[in-house]
Design a protein around this ligand. Structure first.
Ligand code: SAM
Length: 280
């Protein structure tokens, strides 16, 4: 396992993923009933943007930094901006990973399970989430364990209303297939769960094919959000895609209102584009 998210934290793909995550959680926590969140590829939880890793090719400067200070941003950005401000009173120095965002959004009655296979990142995660750490005084189960094995073992979750994030690094050649299979199996066990599956948009055909397979699994409502910040001809990660199964109903309207402005804000040259597709 060579992938370390610290080199990429806060880039355009994280921004899209984390905006969607906090919008989903904001909606799901409006009702008093408890919810469960399972973050299958959790990472370290918090990222120091002044660290050597984050400074090497500071992807966050073209991502989180552009939305942190955006006074007239569309309303759907507000929960994500609030999260960034909770950690950064003035300048942007710390970026929240998905576990921190979930811990921030959840309430005492909710449950949070986090899975991270890299021993050092898992240790860092435990410190961030520990009740006496840099945390939000929230209890969470942290598993140093393979995400796919954990998904099979731990689903269904304690509460029927649930959100599951599948966010692998795609460094293994079978990560794409493994994630798609885990999603299909997970849907069979948590049929009403909100599933978020993040993918790099390098091979659009592969993403389209696996989306087709997921849909063949059952008539699950879905939203797919794609965001490209530059031409696909340029090297590096220029585009990402999120598949959201059983999306909260306001999400499509929120993203339709946000994506044109977000795309313009994150654009790194010609070829920036966005696309939303949905079931039915
Ligand atoms: N979800 C995080 C966020 O949004 O802040 C970022 C996760 S990063 C893209 C992927 C993480 O998955 C890395 O920290 C990596 O160490 C971890 N990982 C890789 N393979 C894994 C596996 N099979 N099971 C669990 N974690 C894994």
């Amino acid at each position: 396992m060579n992938y370390r998210h610290a080199f990429h934290a806060g880039n355009h793909a994280d921004v899209l993923k984390h905006i969607v995550l906090v919008l989903c959680l904001e909606y799901m926590t409006r009702k008093a009933g408890p919810i469960s969140v399972f973050d299958a590829h959790a990472g370290r939880g918090l990222y120091d943007l002044t660290s050597e890793e984050a400074q090497r090719s500071p992807e966050w400067q073209n991502g989180a930094a552009r939305v942190f200070d955006w006074p007239d941003a569309p309303p759907a950005l507000a929960p994500f901006q609030q999260a960034l401000r909770r950690l950064n009173a003035q300048d942007l120095r710390v970026y929240p990973g998905s576990p921190w965002l979930a811990a921030w959004a959840l309430r005492p009655q909710d449950s949070l399970s986090l899975c991270e296979l890299h021993p050092q990142d898992c240790l860092a995660l435990r410190r961030v989430i520990a009740p006496d750490g840099q945390s939000l005084q929230r209890r969470a189960d942290v598993h140093e364990r393979d995400a796919y094995e954990a998904l099979r073992a731990l689903l269904p979750l304690p509460h029927k209303r649930a959100l599951i994030l599948i966010d692998p690094p795609y460094e293994r050649s079978d990560d794409f297939q493994a994630a798609a299979k885990a999603l299909r199996q997970g849907l069979q066990r948590v049929r009403q769960g909100v599933f978020l599956w993040w993918r790099p948009l390098k091979d659009a055909g592969q993403v389209d094919r696996s989306d087709g397979e997921v849909q063949a699994e059952g008539q699950f409502p879905f939203l797919r959000v794609d965001l490209a910040v530059r031409s696909a001809m340029l090297p590096g990660l220029g585009a990402s895609s999120l598949l959201i199964l059983n999306p909260p109903y306001p999400l499509e309207g929120q993203l339709t209102g946000l994506l044109p402005a977000l795309c313009a804000r994150l654009a790194q040259g010609p070829g920036a584009s966005w696309h939303i597709s949905r079931s039915g």
